[in-house]
Design a protein around this ligand. Structure first.
Ligand code: NAD
Ligand code: UDP
Length: 319
């Protein structure tokens, strides 16, 4: 049985990856310090003999007994309000955390896949964004703690590949959504759905003309799984290229939820990227991958998930 370590395994994406690797017959070790994660995301796996959970901060020395075939480094605060609240931990997990993972990988002779992000492109001047684009990041702006940590993470991963011959993979993830997102993580989808369910107006930042391209979590997980098993060490964008303005997205959520609330405008956060759309030519060619789940379908599943949460949680998420 192949053994995989998933850091950030109790988070949104990490927990879906745990499910996928369990389904594929792996022994899965999830490691998480629960700073933005939730054990409820993985509690259904605790009874399985091929699942283990380590409560540990990845930015500190990592010890895992036994062999490891793969390490997936997903630990990191990921939403703008999370990484603005905990900027130093964000920088540490993207630097010390990945250094520990790479060191562990050398000892275990494991392949490492890192969760990078479309944020390495910053507020992009090239549209859509291909992997060759170097980005437009403000290192000292509020988002710099996340963007630069992820850029460093790519650089050190590539250095271990080049200088130590370590097997590495880099996925640049574009905005992904689905069940197990936290209602209060501040990202636009849980924010809008939470507001609609509480009967509040939906807060559009700026004039809502900025764009994003939303990928359903199952599509992302499929892309990551294929990349891990591929022999391609350069970065690969995984995301859904269907682009939408935030204003249109708000209107879609109003329609989906049937709320009688309206969109209200709030100030645009500093350095908020104006447009974002993945160029997935590489993922198509190298991995034979492209997204399958439409936004309509994915949003319906995600809305049903949020509706099923206890009411206290819904109101605790108001901010
Ligand atoms: P999340 O906050 O739900 O998950 C992150 C997990 O990492 C949490 O469980 C958290 O407790 C854990 N963690 C954070 N710091 C840690 C540390 N020092 N030690 C151990 N565990 C730690 O966020 P997510 O959306 O699931 O994101 C997962 C990864 O994917 C992140 O690396 C993020 O940067 C990347 N990513 C996500 C998206 C997206 O749209 N969801 C987009 C681009 C990149
Ligand atoms: N956004 C918004 N209202 C909210 C939360 C976010 O209009 O309540 C906007 C935000 O300014 C950004 C877009 O939605 O332009 C996506 O934000 P999110 O935090 O989900 O992801 P990111 O900015 O990291 O892509």
């Amino acid at each position: 049985m192949k053994r995989v370590l998933i850091t950030g395994g109790a988070g949104f994406l990490g927990s879906h990856l745990c499910d996928r690797f369990i389904k594929e017959g792996y022994h899965v070790i999830a490691m998480d310090n629960l700073i933005t994660g939730d054990l409820r995301n993985i509690e259904h796996l605790f009874k399985l003999p091929n699942f283990e959970f380590y409560h540990h901060d990845v930015s500190k020395f990592i010890h895992v007994p036994g062999e490891l075939d793969y390490i997936l480094h997903f630990a990191s605060p990921a939403s703008p309000i999370d990484y603005l609240k905990i900027p130093i931990q964000t920088l540490k997990v993207g630097s010390l955390g990945i250094h520990n993972c790479l060191g562990l990988a050398r000892v275990k002779n494991a392949r490492v896949l890192i969760a990078s992000t479309s944020e390495v492109y910053g507020d992009p001047n090239v549209h859509p964004q291909p992997e060759e684009y170097w980005g437009n990041v403000n290192p000292v702006g509020p988002r710099g703690v996340y963007d630069e940590a992820k850029r460093f993470q790519e650089a050190i991963t590539m250095a271990y590949h080049t200088y130590h011959g370590l097997e590495t993979r880099i996925v640049r993830i574009f905005n992904t959504y689905g069940p197990r997102m936290r209602l209060n993580d501040g990202r636009v989808l849980p924010a809008f759905i939470g507001q609609a369910l509480r009967g509040e107006d939906l807060t559009v930042f700026g004039d809502g003309s900025q764009t994003r391209s939303f990928c359903y979590v199952d599509d992302l997980v499929e892309g990551i799984y294929r990349l891990l098993l591929s022999d391609y060490a350069q970065p690969v964008n995984i995301g859904n290229p269907v682009e939408i303005t935030i204003k249109q997205f708000g209107e879609e959520i109003i329609k989906l939820t049937g709320t009688s609330q309206k969109l209200i405008l709030k100030p645009l956060p500093v350095d908020d990227p104006k447009q974002r759309q993945p160029d997935i030519t590489k993922a198509k060619a190298i991995l034979g991958w492209e997204p399958k789940v439409s936004r309509e379908e994915g949003l319906k599943i995600t809305y049903d998930y949020f509706k099923s949460l206890p009411e206290e949680e819904l109101y605790a998420a108001a901010y």
